[in-house]
Design a protein around this ligand. Structure first.
Ligand code: DOR
Length: 440
């Protein structure tokens, strides 16, 4: 492991906490940002980074990823995934409990934290997964950003789809509940209806907008009954966005993925089962309504739902193909390209990918370029475009639904805790991230 030295980032376009930008310098000492100014002079020599022409953002906090370790390391592991994060400008991640074993106990959580401390080049946190039987673990597990509830799209122990079982979870404790909101009963019915169809496009019909809406309505109802902190993961439909526009209590947050904003059911024609995920891709109309909800603050932030599967697994025939797609390497350039296309501003991207996530999960000291904050930073190039290329990806799965897309805003340098973890194509594998802590 290496230790952080002082870094002086010179003449970057810095995105400030108020959303304005300034050409200036940022000094980091140890793990922290210590100065932000137009021109910083230091008494002692420091490592300088010439950032002229580049834009400096707070590191991305990706609040929903599936990194597959332990148990499914043929798809991804904490080392490969965290290297992909570093390349994508993601300096912290929150990982989901559907590993093997499931992360449903303190000892499984401790095991992940231990593995991450040895392997992760960026900062990490892990959700505890709800079953119908682990209420005591859900109340006591530490440190965790919250409880993950799969209301649908899951089988086995992690599926909690009966209202009574869900209510037992909402009724006890205070910590954040993050829901994968799809109605399993409706999915089961529609699977029968569409049985035998092997076109993956049918996936979006089986797990339709109504399945998502029903589950989101139920989660909202329970959250309101107990005033329980609720986060709706990967909101995917116009229907749910409109519901939240009418009725979103102050203690509820929601996220959207870049793929639900920028891909739709047309993608099945071009990339087939690589477009298959849960909740599924929707229509162009849903894309537009989700964008508007994000701009209006109805949706609070962005997550990738990075869910890698091997190309061999994806090459099977629907419905035997697994759902999910990788995302941590492309999310920031995807969003910054959208900003350059006029869909939003760069400051909004920072808000949605860093600040709002830190606030929602009570991650102190992250998400802003401010003296005293953690030196988790990413320098991006907003002047050049470069296509997503399979051979350049670091995720073990080695594919992206966005292959061939010409993107700007690619990270040039990523800094975690004051250390350069990624620079112009190279990951410094000696860097180690830290376990995140969460203030509720
Ligand atoms: O498409 C998905 N794949 N959605 C999820 O919520 C889970 C994920 C996975 O773990 O593969």
């Amino acid at each position: 492991m290496s230790t952080p030295q002082s870094l002086l980032i010179r003449q970057a376009e810095i995105i400030l906490p108020n959303g304005e930008s300034m050409i200036g310098d940022v000094l980091t000492e140890g793990r922290y940002i210590t100065q932000v100014g137009r021109e910083i002079t230091t008494a002692t020599p420091v490592k300088e980074i010439d950032a002229q022409g580049l834009t400096l953002l707070p590191g991305v906090i990706d609040p929903q990823v599936h990194f597959r370790e332990p148990g499914l390391e043929h798809k991804e592991d904490l080392f490969t995934a965290s290297c992909a994060c570093a390349k994508g400008g993601v300096t912290s991640f929150l990982e989901m409990p559907n590993t093997r074993p499931l992360t449903t106990t303190q000892s499984a959580l401790d095991d992940k934290l231990q593995r991450a401390s040895q392997k992760c080049v960026v900062n990490y946190g892990f959700f505890i997964g709800a079953t119908t039987e682990n209420l005591p673990d859900l109340l006591s597990a530490q440190p965790t950003p919250g409880i993950k509830v799969f209301m649908g799209s899951m089988h086995g122990q992690l599926l909690v789809n009966q209202e009574e079982a869900l209510e037992a979870i909402f009724a006890r404790g205070k910590r954040l509940i993050a829901v994968h909101a799809e109605d399993q009963a409706r999915i089961n019915e529609r699977r029968q209806e569409f049985a035998g169809i092997t076109d993956p496009a049918v996936h979006s019909q089986i797990q339709d907008n109504q399945a998502a809406l029903l589950a989101t309505q139920l989660a909202l109802k329970l959250s309101k009954k107990y005033q329980r902190r609720l986060h709706i993961l990967h909101l995917s439909t116009a229907d749910e966005a409109e519901l939240l526009r009418q009725d979103k209590p102050s203690w509820v947050t929601a996220e959207v993925t870049p793929q639900h904003l920028m891909l739709n059911t047309d993608a099945y024609e071009t990339i087939g089962t690589l477009a298959q995920m849960n909740p599924p891709l929707r229509s162009p109309h849903d894309n537009e309504v989700l964008w508007q909800a994000l701009r209006d603050g109805i949706i609070d932030f962005i997550a990738t739902d990075h869910a890698p599967h091997t190309l061999a697994e994806k090459a099977q025939t629907y419905p035997n193909t697994p759902s999910g797609m990788p995302g941590v390497e492309t999310s920031l350039p995807m969003m910054l390209t959208a900003a350059m296309d006029g869909k939003c501003t760069v400051a909004q991207v920072v808000q949605w990918m860093s600040k709002a996530v830190a606030v929602a999960y009570g991650i102190a000291n992250k998400g802003e370029i401010t003296p005293g904050y953690d030196a988790d930073l990413v320098l991006v190039d907003l002047k050049n475009y470069h296509p997503v290329k399979r051979e350049e990806l670091l995720t073990k799965s080695r594919w992206s639904p966005f292959e061939g897309w010409s993107l700007t805003g690619w990270p040039v340098t990523t800094i975690v805790g004051g250390e350069v973890v990624y620079d112009k194509g190279q990951v410094n594998t000696q860097v180690r991230g830290q376990a995140l802590t969460f203030v509720s």
